[in-house]
Design a protein around this ligand. Sequence first.
Ligand SMILES: [Zn+2]
Length: 271
Amino acid sequence: MPELPEVETTRRGIAPHVTDQRITEVVVRNRNLRWKVTPKLEATITGQTIRHVGRRAKYLLLETDSGTLILHLGMSGSLRIIDAGAPVAKHDHVDLVLGNGNALRFTDPRRFGSLHWTTRDPLQHRLLRELGVEPLGYELTGTYLYERSRGRKLAIKPFIMDSHIVVGIGNIYASEALYMAGINPRRTAGRVSRQKYALLAEVIREVLTDAIAAGGTTLRDFVNGEGKPGYFRQHLNVYGKAGEPCISCRVAIRETRLGQRSTFYCPKCQK
Ligand SMILES: [Zn+2]
């Protein structure tokens, strides 16, 4: 599933190719995405110029002068810049044809992605308005996590993966950040100290920033790319490493289930 770093890399990858481009045609080949694509979409956005590509959580925001197209990649979606005349494959559901002869193509085999148009503040859209803070912004601090966790009895890993608290911390990044902060993923969220949360906020930013940096090398894949953009070969310390020695203490990494998700940790380094 595209995680926040992949979505941010997609944003950076497509932005230079679509910004200030006029949408000359919209081709929707399959409206049955996670939510049905409105039949008004073509008439509404044809002729508009994309002014900016933003992001909130894992939603991409294609802003024009009269509104915003809110796009989610779902479980398997990807965006590429292609020649508008490029052959169409089975899962190429939507093309935004641009004035320069290229098209922004949305491909999504599992069709959990979505497209919504809004003329209002996109951050107040029903899909976005209840989201927690961005992990890369100044709002994610140890104090914020500490205060939001008081009285919470759930484990810290599902707590930091809750998008109402902070967005974009997927399973891999949660495991890696907790390892780097030396916090056992089963620890009760409400009993983790303010100092530990300060460290955790710092390493969350570090893990995600590193992933985005790793993704930077794949940016060329967004233009005429064939493969899957955005699945990064990032160095991982614990995720997927069950039975391998911890790089710090050499004790074997353990795997457990927590909130129905595979969870990896070092039993010695993470208290
Ligand atoms: Zn260890």
